[in-house]
Ligand binder design. Structure first.
Ligand code: NDP
Length: 284
């Protein structure tokens, strides 16, 4: 079997067109969705991500506000900036680009963002809402994965889903979203014994590990749907995922490539969440 490619770039482009249409409608009512991104320090990768978010906002007709703070900024100053943005009616989404310097308590920062503007979906209140199936901002990468499956016509109810990785931003929430859609979910992580025993049961396998080529053909069942979240560099410095694409795509039914798979969906869902927040702000 040669797997069908789930083209995240095309699906993201389609979603972005729909978002731009909604932004236009909202603007005609006098509201322009606004996203504030706080970048602390000079992390090169973070700067690249932040620039892509600004670009996406511009392309969709949203306002973006980039706040750059020096590496040595105090926790108090950062929290005070977030407080100011919480009260700014022109700002509908607030995002602090992670990682932040070690002298600042990440948990405190996440919890200081108003849950009404937490477009990353990291605030414990929003995580609780997601777990209980309430209206909330879903975390962007997991949400993007669910949209990829939906757009590819892949059903979820009753399927065995195996998530390799249990981070707070990808693994844990994506498993929860599958559970909310009636899948039977197994989480695997670095302490899992006999990983293949679990992954071979997967109708849908999500790899969010951060190790190049970690998932090989031996890990998967014939015809499985394989979602590769990883963004890594291989020994030659080339961008690659967690899945050994060439061999796995010979056995899988569907597969997301890296790049052009999950990656483009993350910023798209961030834009979607900012639009949603702006829409909801009208009714408050
Ligand atoms: P983390 O490092 O936070 O988590 C990695 C997870 O993999 C952990 O739960 C860890 O287990 C597990 N793991 C590590 N080694 C093994 C092993 N040998 N066997 C089984 N599980 C293992 O990473 P993230 O979740 O933040 O990111 C994962 C990947 O996804 C990275 O490549 C990252 O760059 C990428 N990413 C991509 C995004 C996108 O938009 N496409 C967005 C976010 C991340 P344990 O908990 O036991 O340590």
């Amino acid at each position: 079997m040669t797997a069908k490619i789930i083209n995240g770039k095309d699906i993201a482009a389609k979603k972005r067109i729909a978002i731009a249409v909604e932004v236009k409608k909202l603007k005609s009512k006098g509201v322009t969705p606004g996203l504030a991104v706080i970048l602390v320090g000079n992390n090169h990768a973070s700067l690249t991500y932040v620039k892509s978010k600004e670009k996406a906002c511009r392309e969709l007709g949203m306002n973006s506000l980039l706040i750059e703070m020096p590496e040595e900024v105090s926790e108090e100053e950062l929290l005070s900036k977030i407080e100011e943005l919480n009260g700014d009616t022109k700002i509908h989404g607030i995002l602090v680009q992670l990682p932040i310097p070690k002298h600042i308590d990440e948990k405190k920062v996440i919890e200081s963002i108003s849950p009404l503007k937490d477009v990353d979906g990291f605030h414990p209140i929003n995580i609780g809402r997601m777990m209980t199936g309430q209206n909330t901002f879903l975390p962007c990468t997991p949400y993007g994965i669910m949209v990829l499956l939906e757009e590819s016509g892949i059903s979820i109810a009753g399927k065995n889903v195996v998530v390799v990785g249990r981070s707070n931003i990808v693994g844990k929430p994506v498993g929860q979203l599958f559970l909310n859609q009636h899948a039977t979910v197994t989480y695997c992580h670095s302490k899992t014994r006999d990983l293949k025993l679990h992954t071979n049961q997967a109708d849908i396998l999500v790899a969010a590990v951060g190790i190049p080529n970690f998932i090989t053909a031996e890990h998967i069942k014939e015809g499985a749907v394989v979602i590769d979240v990883g963004i890594n560099r291989n020994e030659a410095g080339k961008l690659c995922g967690d899945v050994a694409f060439d061999e796995v795509s010979e056995k899988a039914g569907y597969i997301t490539p890296v790049p052009k798979g999950v990656g483009p969906m993350t910023i798209t869902m961030l834009m979607y969440n900012t639009l949603k927040s702006a829409n909801e702000s009208i009714d408050r």
